[in-house]
Design a protein around this ligand. Structure first.
Ligand SMILES: *Cc1c(COP(=O)(O)O)cnc(C)c1O
Length: 364
């Protein structure tokens, strides 16, 4: 089976360096908040062009801690996209706030700034844009609205490490940028991990406090926090991979070009790029009314595919109490019905891409 992402191929490529890095951590026997986390934080802040980065336990926690640091709590509203992974809206609700959805643009899979402003109320505290599938959201539009209404912006960059908007890395536009290092992401570790990026020293201090039980000095606690630290083994692995991230993202872009070159099926709409954004193709996602037939044909030919995401968040059972109905967000609902993501990882070969496209081109 050709998988969506082949983690073994990448490991074999990096094996000598990764094994050495992990072995070093085991030898030094410092596992929590040691030198690798501190160095990774500096290296990622420098790579992204931000002043601070704080390693945390997952991308979900990165979002949760960032919203907490924005003061989001009971009764507040946070505006986000319904076409994303559950974590984006889950963290809003976990803090007692209300997720308020605004539809995506028809062609980018990302939140449409023109749909955001009509959702702003006196209780709105923040906006969470998601750079879905690796394509930067319309940050000028979003920051404009946030500025006019005094709202915080927390970027969900879980799928977009290294993506750029107007030549600047995503994660550095909002008050906080939140990344995930889940094994399938563009920059990934061998377990759970995440990082929060911020350009504000006080904000960085707050995230550091929250990730470690509200404590600055051991056994002295200033506020209620979390056990949410990135561990040393994951940080050591990430430091090896960070050196190669530009190469990995360039390979993803090259693979996307090959998909564009070889897909010849009139029912398939290829993913858009934008003038301001540099896509890093966490996923290569197309739209087709024949989506289910394409998925079946790929499966018959031993090729994996995936539907991200089959149910938009406003129609999820967990959010039924919010009172949304089918038809509320037509662009998100259409994407949920027609989107299919194809195998995408840096080590994918041209031969494999041709094989995928050949199957798709024969679906009528
Ligand atoms: C993966 C992902 C998350 C959550 O990251 P975890 O590290 O799995 O907690 C959040 N938002 C989006 C858009 C994601 O793809």
């Amino acid at each position: 089976m050709l998988p969506m992402v082949d983690l073994q191929r990448q490991y074999l490529d990096l094996k000598a360096e990764v094994d050495e890095a992990i072995g070093q951590v085991l030898k030094e026997a410092r596992f929590i908040l040691g030198p690798n986390v501190a160095r990774l934080e500096e290296e990622i802040a420098a790579y992204l062009g931000s002043s601070s980065a704080i390693g945390v336990a997952s991308g979900t926690d990165a979002l949760l801690l960032a919203l907490r640091a924005c003061g989001v709590g009971e009764g507040d509203e946070v505006i986000t996209t319904p076409f994303t992974f559950i974590a984006t809206a889950e963290v809003i609700a976990l803090l007692g706030a209300v997720p308020v959805f605004a539809d995506i643009a028809p062609d980018t899979f990302n939140i449409d700034p023109d749909r955001i402003e009509e959702k702003v109320t006196a209780r709105t505290k923040a906006i969470i844009p998601v750079h879905l599938f690796g394509l930067p959201a319309d940050m000028d539009g979003i920051l404009g609205i946030a500025g006019r209404h005094g709202l915080a912006v927390v970027e969900d960059c879980a799928q977009a490490f290294g993506a750029e908007y107007k030549g600047k890395k995503v994660g550095t536009f909002g008050n906080y940028g939140c990344f995930s290092f889940f094994p399938s992401k563009n920059l990934a570790c061998y377990g759970d991990g995440g990082i929060v990026v911020t350009g504000n020293e006080d904000s960085a201090g707050t995230i550091r406090l929250l990730r470690n039980h509200g404590s600055r000095k051991r056994y002295y606690h200033e506020e209620l926090g979390y056990n949410s630290r990135l561990d040393e083994i994951q940080a050591a692995v990430l430091r090896v991979k960070l050196k190669r991230i530009d190469e990995f993202n360039a390979a993803r872009r090259k693979n996307a070009d090959l998909y564009r070159k070889y897909i010849r099926n009139a029912s398939v709409a290829l993913p858009s790029e934008t003038a301001d954004g540099r896509h890093v193709y966490h996923q290569f996602t197309v739209l087709s009314k024949k989506r289910d037939r394409i998925a079946a044909a790929l499966n018959e030919n031993e090729i994996a595919s995936a539907v991200y995401y089959p149910v938009p968040l406003h129609l999820q059972e967990v959010f039924a109490h919010l009172g949304y109905r089918p038809g509320d967000f037509p662009n998100s609902e259409r994407c949920a019905a027609e989107a299919i993501s194809l195998p995408m990882f840096p080590e994918l070969t041209e031969e494999e891409i041709r094989r995928v496209c050949d199957v798709i081109n024969h679906v009528s």
